[in-house]
Design a protein around this ligand. Structure first.
Ligand code: 8X3
Length: 260
């Protein structure tokens, strides 16, 4: 897509899952030079992704560095310290986020509540606050927010996670209204079941429990979401794909996952 040429693309949570797949998808879809800013907590993973992309594609340059979006104060510092050629971010993929635990209200661990709100809400907001003013000033930019079916339809065992994704949706919808006088596009993607490290993290590293989530049906893979993100960002400038709810064919809601 020529529309991606010369863009600076910033991805949070780029070391795995949807973030990593999106970095790969932009690199392969770009027809022309693009610059990727990759951030996540795991530096070694960012380095190998960067090495992979720069050796596979001539048309991309990559800057990567550690960013834990739950550390709010580190976000503007990260943005301010970007090398000048990576500073004018055109596309933000606000992806970093997680679910921790499936406990019911009354016994949810306070650490898990804090962690989810800190990352999915406070971190997500600060990333936008740090990047939006430059986009408004330059009169261009796309902000892609990673929402979820959990941001539309709450389910038992997900009270906190669902509350964070409802927060994201409310924030994103208000933001889209605020920037209606600007060419900046606000895009929200709302995945259902996607098999990544997501469920492993939710179950505190228990791989068996994570596998069970998708058993019997075929979940989406990270690349499916990455394709939609790149598609959304490469539409004609006047087109905003405002909200996209995405399921695998075996799913129709948090409560409808057909296992055969
Ligand atoms: C991830 C999808 O169904 O676990 O956001 O809420 S779900």
């Amino acid at each position: 897509a020529k529309r991606l040429a010369d863009k600076v693309i910033f991805i949070t949570g780029a070391s795995s899952g949807i973030g990593q797949a999106t970095a790969r998808e932009f690199a392969s879809a770009a027809n022309g030079q693009i610059k990727l800013v990759l951030s996540a907590r795991r530096l070694d993973r960012l380095k190998s992704l960067s090495d992979e992309l720069t050796s596979s594609y001539k048309n991309i340059s990559v800057y990567y560095n550690v960013l834990d979006v739950s550390k709010i104060a580190s976000i503007p510092v990260f943005i301010d310290s970007l090398p000048s050629e990576f500073k004018e971010i055109d596309i933000l993929i606000n992806n970093a986020g997680k679910a921790i635990g499936v406990d019911k209200v009354g016994s949810i661990k306070q650490d898990d509540i804090n962690d989810m709100f800190q990352t999915n809400v406070l971190g997500m907001i600060q990333v936008v606050q740090s990047i939006l003013p430059g986009m408004i000033e330059r009169k261009r930019g796309d902000i892609v927010q990673l929402g979820s079916i959990a941001g539309r339809e709450p389910y038992p065992g997900g009270a906190i996670y669902c509350a964070t994704k409802h927060s994201l949706r409310a924030f994103t919808s208000a933001l889209r209204k605020e920037v209606v006088n600007s060419p900046v596009r606000i895009i929200e993607i709302q995945p259902g079941a996607v098999e990544t490290e997501f469920s492993k993290v939710r179950y505190y590293g228990d791989e068996k429990a994570a596998k069970k989530v998708y058993e019997g049906g075929e979940p989406l893979v990270a690349e499916d979401i990455a394709e939609l993100i790149v598609f959304s960002c490469s539409r004609r400038a006047n087109t905003v794909i405002a909200e996209t709810l995405v399921f695998p064919t075996c799913q129709a809601s948090p409560f409808h996952y057909y296992r055969g």
